[in-house]
Design a protein around this ligand. Structure first.
Ligand code: BG6
Length: 311
């Protein structure tokens, strides 16, 4: 019998948009739209969806997709000519048929390489030439990895901010805890970016949250009590972490988001926001995100967060 191999398929998604499906032999899968270089689905071995995607998400470039993993580049949460989260999530990416070598071995992994280069129109709103290579990998155990490599192909330096704006699917936001950010400083987007220090234990949710945690550890855990599931987020090259839930009022003001959907999602975003990254001509930056979902037998206070975060 032929050995089973991970699969990579190109097919048509919603509105005929091109998507790539990665499948692992044990059953996990992920879907990536060329529109936005956007991961819209990540399922475990049992076929359970791990990412939140709004039932009202609009799949129509250049509108960004609400949910999954939008790529925020060349700015996160800024003003000016650019969309607040940049244009990478609004553009149609290409499959990169000739990526420069990756140092990591790819045996038993399913992956796809995408590339984005600025159009003439993009250069008018952000006058810097770049090559953005994005590798999306599904490991044999169902872990999802995103590696971004951004190269300055211009003659002058440029600076940017960045985020993997990940929307996690959760059973009930009021039952969720985030561990790994306690005692850190953050900028509160709901208070004109004033700086505060997080107090107390793990972070829980009972109202709108929009915070940029600064210089965080590389590992953050999201504990979903009801689902008995813990997401572990590992990041590299991305010092900050944005935590966002729009809650009831803001949810109602978003056309591409259901009124009650805030109860079932949480964004924890690996980011480089506080200090912009500067690349000289010819230089490359790398930012990596690795997501895993592990079953947790969490009963109030019984899961040792240190084990999750250190393991
Ligand atoms: C979050 C920001 O990351 O993204 C919020 O911190 C913002 O301020 C949210 O509202 C959604 O942004 P957008 O552009 O996708 O509606």
């Amino acid at each position: 019998m032929a050995e089973e191999k991970p699969l990579v398929e190109i097919s048509k998604g919603l509105n005929g948009l091109e998507k790539i499906v990665l499948r692992q032999v044990r059953g996990s899968s992920t879907e990536v739209y060329l529109h936005g270089g956007h991961v819209t689905s990540w399922k475990n071995d049992h076929g359970e969806e791990l990412l939140f995607l709004s039932s009202k998400a609009i799949f129509k470039p250049p509108k960004p997709i609400r949910g999954g993993i939008p790529i925020c580049f060349p700015q996160f949460g800024g003003h000016g000519n650019l969309d607040q989260h940049g244009f990478a999530r609004n553009r149609v990416w290409s499959i990169d048929t000739d990526p420069p070598p990756f140092p990591t071995a790819s045996a038993n992994k399913a992956f796809v390489d995408l590339i984005l280069k600025p159009s003439e129109e993009d250069l008018k709103i952000w006058p810097h030439s770049f090559e953005f290579r994005l590798r999306i990998t599904l490991g044999p155990g169902g872990d999802l990895m995103l590696t971004s490599r951004i190269r300055n192909t211009d003659t002058k330096p440029f600076s940017f901010t960045f985020a993997y704006h990940t929307y996690f699917s959760v059973s009930d936001i009021s039952e969720v805890r985030v561990e790994g950010l306690e005692t850190l400083d953050y900028l509160d987007n709901l208070k004109e970016k004033e700086r505060f220090t997080e107090q107390g234990d793990a972070i829980t949710f009972e109202s709108e949250v929009d915070k940029i945690y600064l210089s965080t550890p590389t590992k953050i855990a999201i504990l979903d009590h009801e689902k008995k599931r813990t997401f572990v987020l590992r990041k590299d090259g991305l010092p900050d972490a944005v935590v966002w839930n729009p809650w009831e009022k803001k949810a109602k003001s978003m056309v591409d988001f259901g009124d009650d959907e805030y109860k079932h999602m949480l964004c924890v975003e690996a980011a480089a926001v506080e200090k912009a990254i500067t690349l000289k001509s010819g230089e490359e930056w790398k930012g990596r995100l690795e997501l895993s979902a592990v079953p947790s037998s969490y009963r109030s206070g019984q899961l040792d967060p240190q084990r999750v975060l250190q393991g």
